[in-house]
Design a protein around this ligand. Structure first.
Ligand code: BT5
Length: 253
């Protein structure tokens, strides 16, 4: 399949959120699939729900990609999340060959108990199919100080300074690679790969569920992207908003 990611690129020096800016562009212009919108600074960077994404000017990767996975039924939309998380993990693993890079469910990128990147995917639907997906990616690259203790950047780990344009190109290639797997409907492969890199898979982790602290073993993910946990010998599945996942570190790391 032909590469699409980054074939059309929009740069905005500063914006609220690249996800919001790309949504707006899409409303007013016919954008090709794979369009990337990137910025140097977001003054209203978003995480899930009400969370914020913090990033100093011109230090990090802050971008959104427009995909049109019309071939995916709504029930299968989680595979786009898996493909994007795997592409970002792959990207970071190449840059940090000595570290173990894990995906913290559902799609945080973590290394040694620290968060190095986050993903925010916003979908629009047409009937029972996905119409468009805005895939927002934030990866900490050259920033050396964060207000969040758990945040970390590539530069903090390696002591190097990175050329953002070079990194962006490689990220586009990897996004394409995993998006192709999605187009080819390699769902089992994506799920297996994701579970191979899932933080604390098979280990006991701490969660807050219904306001109560619980220890549970992480069993894997289900076909709607739910997290399967073993609690007191029974298996339960959860959506992201149904629990708080407390740890960022595997017991083996
Ligand atoms: C995420 O949310 O991790 C998704 C972040 C997506 C950011 C990208 S940047 C480009 C695009 N445009 C946007 O507006 N957003 C996307 P969540 O899992 O809810 O995590 C948010 C939490 O991560 C915050 O509440 C902080 O605790 C922490 N955090 C904020 N900034 C961080 C950073 N730079 N590095 C690591 N952790 C951070």
């Amino acid at each position: 399949m032909n590469p699409i990611t980054g074939n059309h690129i929009i740069f905005i020096e500063e914006t609220g959120s690249t996800n919001e800016a790309l949504k707006l562009e899409e409303q007013f212009h016919q954008l090709p699939e794979g369009t990337v919108l990137y910025t140097h600074y977001q003054n209203k960077g978003k995480g899930q729900l009400d969370a914020k994404w913090e990033s100093e000017p011109a230090q990090n990767l802050l971008l959104s990609v427009l995909y049109a996975p019309k071939f995916l039924k709504i029930e299968a939309q989680m595979y786009l999340n898996l493909a994007v998380a795997l592409a970002c993990r792959h990207f970071l693993a190449e840059l940090l060959p000595e570290q173990t890079l894990r995906i913290k469910w559902p799609n945080d990128l973590v290394v040694n108990g620290h968060k190095i990147g986050g993903i925010l995917i916003e979908n629009s639907l047409a009937g029972s199919q996905l119409k468009t997906s805005i895939v927002g990616i934030g990866i900490n690259v050259n920033q050396l100080k964060f207000q969040y203790n758990q945040a970390i950047s590539l530069a903090q780990i390696t002591g190097k300074n990175y050329e953002l344009s070079v990194l962006r190109k490689r990220l586009y290639e990897l996004l394409d690679q995993y998006y192709t797997a999605l187009q080819l409907k390699k769902f089992d492969w994506l799920k297996n790969q994701y579970e191979n890199h899932l933080l604390q898979k098979g280990e006991t982790a701490v969660f807050i569920i219904n306001g109560q602290k619980k220890k549970a073993e992480i069993m894997g993910i289900g076909h709607q992207g739910k997290l399967f946990l073993m609690i007191d010998g029974e298996i339960f599945s959860f959506l992201n908003k149904e629990l708080v996942y407390c740890s960022l570190k595997s017991g083996n790391e």
